[in-house]
Design a protein around this ligand. Structure first.
Ligand code: ADP
Ligand code: MG
Length: 319
């Protein structure tokens, strides 16, 4: 007999305060969860839905799916400079398959424990597979990172390497295997939300966004919100070894316009740049200076010879 909804929640999702964050008065098990906002802080909230066939390939494992669903939400908290606090989960399932639920639950709580975030409630319904997660984080009052603070002269940085998520999705879709393809697929299925990096940016970065739609598309959000322009030096855009070995010249296109990377892109006033760079170096976190904020409203990619680079229109269709 299929497991009851009550049993399902109890068995796979009800974990008493694993993260040990303060202020969670009541989690799963009542009509509403109750949380107390810590004094001196604001609350950052974000929600994302993953729908089968739209946001993930059918052959992704349930553990990776859960991991990814939470990771993309945590990435939004990282982009805001917020510390993860609690999340809710709305799960729509075609059937109550216990092996699937067990694996999903393990993937979910693996990342929840690492990021120290508690599941405090949710909803479970029957229908085509879809996962909605809402996260909340806390940030000292007035200190949240936003897209709108970039100023002329700011240095533009990004974390990690870009294009791997897009490369990984291509590998899933084309069923590629081998060391490079496996690395890229894991970058797609288990993105690492840049929470430590984010915590180093409070009070130092002028603006920040997470790269979910490709560096250029996301940097365009920063410049639009901040009323400035930007120059990106394409020779500096960080591309991983596996991405280059698997996709060659296409790597740059993936890095600039691919998406699904969940790295942070942020801007820093020149006089604070040393502080940011040494904070990252101290923790051995990858950081790349990719350009600077300019007057005007244009987003330009500069080639090594100083000419403007435009993305080739041919090649893969990402959108
Ligand atoms: P109600 O009928 O009052 O909306 P539910 O029966 O939907 O309550 O849920 C009972 C409890 O289980 C609530 O605390 C709810 O937040 C929690 N819950 C339901 N589904 C999930 C889920 N997928 N993950 C986590 N908590 C859940
Ligand atoms: Mg109720």
């Amino acid at each position: 007999m299929a497991i009851s909804e009550f049993e399902l929640i109890k068995q796979y999702f009800d974990r008493a305060n694993v993260a040990g964050r303060r202020g969670i008065v009541k989690g799963i098990g009542d009509d509403a969860a109750i949380v107390a906002a810590p004094t001196g802080h604001e609350i950052a909230i974000s929600i994302d839905t993953l729908v089968q066939g739209v946001h993930f390939p059918e052959n992704i494992t349930p553990a990776d799916l859960a991991y990814r669903a939470l990771a993309v939400n945590l990435s939004d908290l990282a982009a805001s400079g917020a510390t993860p606090w609690w999340f809710t989960l709305a799960l729509t399932l075609p059937e109550s398959d216990e092996a699937w639920l067990q694996a999903f639950s393990e993937g979910l709580f693996e990342l929840a424990a690492n990021a120290r975030i508690d599941l405090i409630g949710g909803d479970t319904t029957k229908g085509p597979l879809a996962i909605t997660i809402q996260v909340a984080g806390i940030v000292p009052t007035g200190k949240a990172l936003m897209r709108s603070g970039a100023a002329v002269g700011d240095k533009i940085y990004c974390t990690g390497t870009l294009g791997d998520g897009c490369g990984g999705l291509q590998c899933w879709q084309q069923q590629l295997s081998g060391d490079h393809a496996d690395y890229l697929k894991s970058r797609f299925s288990r993105p690492q939300p840049r929470l430590i990096e984010s915590s180093l940016l409070l009070g130092l970065a002028n603006s920040c966004i997470d790269v979910s739609d490709g560096l250029l598309a996301d940097l365009a959000h920063i410049i639009a919100a901040s009323n400035v322009g930007a120059d990106v030096d394409i020779t500096q855009v960080p591309v991983s070894g596996p991405l280059f070995k698997q996709f060659g010249e296409l790597s740059l296109e993936y890095a600039l316009a691919g998406g699904d990377d969940y790295e942070l892109c942020f801007t820093v006033a020149p006089h604070k740049a040393d502080m940011v760079e040494s904070a990252f170096a101290k923790q051995q976190l990858r950081l790349t200076h990719v350009g600077h904020i300019t007057e005007g409203s244009e987003l330009r990619c500069i080639s090594p010879d100083g000419s403007l680079y435009t993305l080739p229109k041919s090649g893969y269709q990402h959108f």
